[in-house]
Write a new protein. Structure first.
Length: 223
C-alpha cells in the first residue's frame, strides 16, 4: 500500500510539473496583500498601577512586485521589492479613571526578499529564502483619555519612534503559493525576524523581533 501511494505521488508530481513552467523563462508578478503582524517580547503597557495592557495583532498591508527566473521545470529563483505596513497593537482598556484606545507601534519597511521556489505540482510551490528590510517609518500611537472634574480629557499620542529602532531588519521568509490557469497567484508567506527592531524598547531593554504573516494576491506575466 505504501509503495502504491509513493508511486501515485511521483506520477502526480511529474504530470503537474511538466506543463506550466519552462526552463529559462523570466516572469514579473505585481502583488498586493494583507499583513498580520506582531513583535516578540513587546512590553506590556501599564495604564494604572495595577492594570497591564496585553499586546494583540496589527493589521497592515503589503504592495510590491517580484521577478522570477525558472531554472528548471520545477525550481526557480525570485527577487522582489515591496513596502509592508506592520507592527503590533496593545489591547484597549477602559476604567472610570482612564481609557486607552488604538495604542500601537506602527512600522513601515521597504523589503527586498530573495527566494528559492520549488514547484510540487502544477502551480503549487513552496518557497524559502532571506529578506532584507529598510525601516522608513516608526510611530508610537494611541489615544488616552483621563478623567478630571470637567470630564474626560483626550490625549493623542503620535510620537516618532524611529530614532529608537534599528534601520535594517533581516528575516527568513517561508511560504506556499498557488498559480491558477489564468496566472492569478495567491500566496501565504511568514517572515520570521532574526534581528531586533529596536535599539532599546519602551523599558530600556533589547529584544523585539518582527513576526509577519502576509496573504497576497498577484498576477504573473511572462517577460
Amino acid at each position: 500500500m505504501k509503495k502504491l501511494l509513493w508511486m501515485a505521488l511521483a506520477i502526480i508530481t511529474a504530470i503537474g510539473a511538466k506543463a506550466q513552467y519552462r526552463e529559462g523563462t523570466w516572469s514579473l508578478q505585481p502583488k498586493v496583500g494583507l499583513a498580520l503582524s506582531t513583535l516578540t517580547n513587546m512590553p506590556k503597557l501599564t495604564a494604572t498601577g495595577d492594570v497591564d495592557l496585553d499586546k494583540t495583532f496589527f493589521f497592515g498591508y503589503q504592495i510590491g512586485a517580484e521577478v522570477e527566473y525558472q531554472m528548471t521545470d520545477n525550481f526557480s529563483l525570485a527577487a522582489g521589492l515591496n513596502y509592508t505596513s506592520q507592527g503590533s497593537n496593545w489591547k484597549d482598556y477602559k476604567s472610570p479613571a482612564i481609557s486607552v484606545n488604538d495604542c500601537k507601534i506602527d512600522l513601515g519597511y521597504v523589503n527586498m526578499p530573495v527566494l528559492a521556489n520549488y514547484y510540487l505540482l502544477n502551480g503549487l510551490a513552496v518557497k524559502a529564502g532571506v529578506q532584507l528590510g529598510v525601516l522608513v517609518k516608526s510611530k508610537f500611537k494611541g489615544i488616552v483619555e483621563v478623567a478630571d472634574p470637567s470630564g474626560r480629557v483626550p490625549l493623542l499620542l503620535d510620537d516618532n519612534y524611529k530614532d529608537d529602532c534599528n534601520k535594517l531588519d533581516v528575516s527568513i521568509p517561508i511560504g506556499l503559493s498557488y498559480e491558477f490557469d489564468n496566472h492569478a497567484v495567491v500566496e501565504a508567506r511568514y517572515n520570521l525576524g532574526l534581528t531586533h527592531t529596536n535599539k532599546t524598547d519602551l523599558h530600556g531593554e533589547k529584544g523585539m523581533n518582527n513576526c509577519v504573516l502576509v496573504i497576497s494576491f498577484g498576477y504573473k506575466m511572462e517577460l
